[in-house]
Design a protein around this ligand. Structure first.
Ligand code: DGL
Length: 288
């Protein structure tokens, strides 16, 4: 157990913001990252499809002897955390709870905004998580699907990004929020432009950074700290050609990545392909 790794997965490259935050906090741990680049975006797909993909992603990492699974993707965390928790016997952390907790600790006027993909907004996961912690808080949500493409394009400070941000964020501003959750892996890359639009009185919450804090706490308290970093490089797996991933990864990490491998993760679950609407909530590991 002590030699096993931390598994992190996302629909693509965006989860590297979470990878970076965990890497900084736990430099001795080996991390295995999976980006399902062949099927991104997840954020515009139905919950049933995202659950099926998420199950395949988690199966792949589980077989790599991970001691902990981190769902870096907000969309997967919103609609499939229950499915994965039921089916994989390792601790699994999603990004919604940590982001919700931090938002509650931060707000002073009790008015919180959440920006995310369409699937995350539709799932209501942030609203439920925040309201469970404090039912008197008001939560306002806004889907910002174009932000994903703009972040991947590297348009952090582009005037088009600013115009789109003004359009997306005007509703939340009119609700007088004082706290804004960046509920998508890609949005921290657009932090500056988002902050410039909402103004300095609104505090931005990076859910990825919040989950990294929880991962550190969990690893340290559960006596599974390892120190194999000097002997092992982190591994990065993608489900499509690595070219685009490598290029965008540099934007997210500020440096090139090594050890990038393309894999096929869905053969082992091919039986699910023929029935897209299968109810995965009752699947157990024994059904594999
Ligand atoms: N990783 C996704 C999320 O955090 C954004 C990209 C996608 O739509 O797949 O919701």
């Amino acid at each position: 157990m002590l030699n096993s790794s931390i598994g992190i997965f996302d629909s693509g490259v965006g989860g590297l913001t979470v990878y970076r935050a965990i890497r900084e906090r736990l430099p001795e741990e080996k991390i295995i990252y999976l980006g399902d680049t062949a099927r991104i975006p997840y954020g515009t797909r139905s919950a049933a499809t995202v659950r099926r993909y998420a199950y395949q992603d988690a199966s792949f990492l589980y077989k790599q002897n991970v001691k902990l699974l981190v769902i870096a993707c907000n969309t997967i965390s919103s609609v499939a955390l229950d499915l994965l928790t039921e089916n994989f016997p390792v601790p699994i952390l999603g990004v919604i709870e940590p982001g919700a907790k931090k938002a509650i600790q931060t707000t002073k006027n009790g008015r919180i905004g959440v920006i995310a993909t369409e699937a995350t907004v539709e799932s209501n996961a942030y609203v439920k998580a925040i309201k469970t912690l404090n039912s008197s808080v008001e939560v306002y949500t806004q889907a910002c699907p174009l932000f994903v493409a703009l972040a991947e394009e590297g348009w952090h400070n582009h005037k088009a990004t600013k115009l789109i941000a003004i359009e997306y964020l005007s509703y939340l501003q009119s609700q007088e929020i004082d706290t804004l959750v960046l509920g998508c892996t890609h949005y921290p890359l657009l932090k500056e432009v988002i902050q410039s639009v909402v103004g300095s009185k609104v505090t931005l919450i990076d859910s990825g950074a919040c989950v990294a804090e929880e991962v550190e706490g969990l690893i340290k308290s559960s006596d599974t700290v390892t120190s194999n970093k000097n002997t092992c490089l982190d591994s990065f797996y993608v489900t499509d050609s690595g070219k685009r991933f490598s290029r965008i990864a540099e934007l997210f990490l500020g440096q090139p990545i090594e050890n990038l491998i393309a894999v096929d993760i869905w053969d082992e679950n091919a039986k699910f392909k023929s029935n897209i609407d299968i109810n995965l909530s009752k699947l157990s590991l024994n059904n594999l």
